[in-house]
Design a protein around this ligand. Sequence first.
Ligand code: UD1
Length: 418
Amino acid sequence: MDKIVVRGGAPLQGHVRVSGSKNAALPILVSSLLVGGETTFRNVPGLMDIHSILDLIAELGVKVNRSEDAITMDATTIACVEAPYDLVRKMRASILVLGPLVSRMGRAKVSMPGGCAIGDRPIDLHLKGLEAMGATIRLEQGYVEAEAKRLKGARIVFDTVSVGATENLMMAATLADGVTLLSNAAREPEIIALADVLNGMGARVEGAGTPEITITGVTKLSPVEARIIPDRIEAGTFMVAAAMTGGDVVVDACEPKHMEHTLNKLEQVGATLEVGVDSVRVIGPKTIKNVDIRTAPYPGFPTDMQAQFMAMLTLADGASVIHETIFENRFIHVSELKRMGANIVLKGNDVATVKGVKRLSGAQVMASDLRASASLILSGLVAEGETVVNRVYHLDRGYEHIETKLRGLGASIERVKG
Ligand code: UD1
């Protein structure tokens, strides 16, 4: 298994370009299942999670064509409506095929995604929503089977804000009979991006980006071409890297409007920001100030940036309190950061107090999930000596060429093939 070796010390300098958003691309690629024709998407990042969803889409009989800058999918015929265990287990987002398949084909059978490192992550909201739209749901032998001749519009009030459930049901509702209202819907930029693509296909989705989304069903959707929005989490990760190394980095091809909370917290730790239309220059502070963080659904502080900020705050001048409110087990990076000399005290599963220390020291560490892996790389960039991050396949799920991009900014980082 590959490892990443980082030698700390160099302040990062220069320009880095952000890739397309993984979390926007996943549902958008899946939306091709709704169209009896060819869809094309550009700026799709070359990531493990993207390969996994394309393998799954191809397994359903869709013709998938991957070129360097575009993915084309022709779902004129869908030969099979079953998403098998072997493909689903690689990635939870595979559950997103459920809504579109039932909606277009009247039936779908999808392996239940298991738990994963960051908690139990149930799919009850996806299933309850489909049931409200008239689908019959059965859970058998590890599979969810959903059936409905034609889904019917319904009023669905989510108990919890869920990005995935909002996306799944929004897609399902596009071909349903009548009007669907999603209430307490997720408001992430990725939801707006998906709605834009669906509307480009001829769907009638209104209110995406607000807690109330209305979808008026149509009988058929048409081919579309679209570009995936920039990855706000990748962009934020580079910004934290710039700030914590005391560097001076311009993060290009990003969308600052999607990153208000992240930018705000970077200013609070003392970084100087120059925000452009599609770029942000980050100049790191001499001393990192302590800040408190509480994760929340968009437009709150993203849970996907929590681990990276924690890595930075290990070196702050004072104590910071971090509350994780979205996932139940999202502090798994804490024990690894402590092995590098961080002073972090956990209270329960959801509150961490990070007391700044003068320095971190390089160590062998183990990546446990995607964003946790990023936090270990960031810590390695400032630690004394060498840090070896093992099990980097988690990182490859979500960061395109991270070591090449960081090396371009002057970091001493390399991948050791294993
Ligand atoms: C998406 C993102 C992930 C991000 C997360 C929260 C993708 C591919 N992944 O994940 O990077 O960290 O949003 O911003 O876009 N829940 C239920 N029942 C459900 C569904 C969710 O209780 O049926 C709970 C989850 O356990 C969690 C919370 O709702 O506590 C939010 O999860 P959700 O927004 O659904 O996350 P994902 O869509 O899986």
